[in-house]
Design a protein around this ligand. Structure first.
Ligand code: DLL
Length: 435
């Protein structure tokens, strides 16, 4: 199949696919789905075995709904095929490899052909344009370079859009402050938690984070709330826009929010077919919450069929790009859900409530411990700078009460000294399970 690496059109910078009507988009999706399923079946033994086991053949895919006949793919399948067992092209056609860190066990390894890299750059360019970034801008890229898809993935798309990339990578926070001050970038790309770390570092250096040249931040790679968006926009005087993606499906740029609506990432549906499934692994209608599943539609080196992301969200109708559906801001992953004495809760719910308390900072961690047979959760949180101790103590009590009434469970909330918690350098670790 030929790759559709069409350039952004000059008049509006919108890709032709962003202007297709829904019927034309679905026709394109079906054609690409049929190609992908055949490509995976013919070139990846794991897919052939899984399809044969449930008696489904590429010829059975006659409509988009037929995707439901196909078996799911999990991270475990990728681990078992470590390192290259799920690559669908000859090794000499693989131009690049990335890998996810994998907190436990082996990392998962993904590969890209030249065509895949071209599509990826196009999709990042499309994502940045949707974020409000414009050709000619200087873009400070503070996503980590290396095996992580964030840095190099974003890098190629920044260039593709016609911007100047500053390939800073993550970490070295004082240097980030210096380069943002000296190079005067228009946009920054990094995780939302790392942008907070950078804002703190500006203040620590006696500089006003609102006075930088930055206009837009394109933030993703971890769950974050609208409360956090508001915090970042206020503190840095910018627009903060949500970029979504995962290495198994491509990397950053699977979907992106539009700056004019800021209402959740549009999925770039000409390249990825999304579904939401319930706990019984059945597809649910748009608007219902569940686990997000993706089938890639154009990937050559590493096609994925019904990949279970573990991310929990809802599919919503398109707005700023009417034919492409959106996902609601991701509340969390079903593997970072805390079940506390029967109540399900996500770190993002605590984030939302903590940020309502102006005496408390955005820096907090969650510690899970076990008291005999009972699990206990403690929120350790720093006060905001300059807040009197008595006010901070009252805010802690108020937060505890709020968590009880709004989430429905009793947790401990403990004030810890300012600057005592570890700062994010990329993806933030919020939850410490000490059980
Ligand atoms: O984090 C790719 C990426 C890089 C996305 C830079 C955006 C920006 P992984 O390391 O494979 O890839 O982690 C993917 O991170 O399944 C989600 O749980 C989470 N995630 C990514 N973007 C968002 C987001 C990259 N915008 C996993 N909101 C995903 C919430 C996100 N969670």
């Amino acid at each position: 199949m030929t790759n559709a690496t069409t350039q952004l059109s000059e008049d509006t910078c919108l890709h032709a696919a962003e202007r297709l009507d829904r019927d034309a988009l679905e026709a394109l999706q079906l054609e690409r789905l049929q190609w992908t399923v055949r490509h995976a079946y013919e070139n990846v033994s794991l897919y052939r075995e899984k399809f044969d086991a449930v008696g489904v053949h590429p010829d059975d895919i006659k409509t988009l709904a037929d995707v439901q006949k196909l078996p799911f793919t999990t991270k475990e399948d990728l681990r078992l095929s470590y390192p290259f067992g799920m690559f669908a092209v000859p090794r000499e056609d693989v131009r690049r490899i990335h890998a996810s860190s994998g907190t436990t066990g082996r990392p998962t390894v993904v590969g890209y052909t030249q065509g895949d890299l071209d599509n990826w750059a196009d999709l990042i360019a499309r994502s940045l344009y949707a974020s409000g970034v414009r050709p000619g801008w200087r873009v400070h890229n503070a996503y980590g370079y290396g095996l992580f898809t964030g840095g190099l993935g974003a890098h190629a798309g920044i260039e593709r859009l016609g911007c100047t990339v500053i390939p800073m990578s993550g970490g070295q926070t004082e240097k980030q402050v210096q380069l943002i001050t000296d190079f005067e970038p228009d946009a920054i790309l990094c995780t939302p938690s790392y942008l907070l770390t950078i804002a703190d570092a500006f203040e620590a250096a006696g500089l006003d984070p609102r006075a930088t040249s930055l206009k837009v931040a394109v933030c993703g790679a971890e769950p974050w709330t609208d409360a956090m968006r508001h915090e970042l926009e206020e503190r840095l005087s910018i627009k903060a826009v949500d970029i979504y993606g995962l290495s198994e499906v491509m990397g950053p740029g699977v979907g992106n929010e539009c700056v004019e609506t800021q209402d959740g990432p549009h999925i770039w549906e000409d390249h990825f077919l999304p579904e939401i499934i319930d706990e019984d692994l059945q597809q649910v209608p748009d608007g219902e919450q569940g686990e997000l599943v993706f089938t890639t539609l154009t990937k050559e080196a590493f096609p994925v069929i019904r990949y279970r992301t573990r991310d929990l969200t809802t599919l919503l109708p398109g707005t700023a790009r009417p034919s492409m559906r959106r996902i609601a801001k991701i509340t969390g992953r079903n593997d970072d859900m805390i079940i506390l004495r029967g109540v399900n809760l996500f770190p993002t719910q605590i984030e939302e409530l903590a940020l309502e308390q102006s005496e408390l900072s955005t820096h907090f961690v969650l510690e899970l411990t076990r008291n005999g047979k009972m699990d206990a959760l403690t929120v350790k949180i720093e006060p905001r700078e300059g807040v009197a101790e008595t006010d901070a103590a009252a805010a802690v009590k108020a937060l505890q009460q709020r968590i009880k009434t709004r989430i429905g469970c009793s947790v401990g909330v403990e004030l810890v000294p300012a600057e005592s918690l570890e700062r994010s350098q990329g993806k933030l670790k919020r939850l410490y399970d000490l059980r």
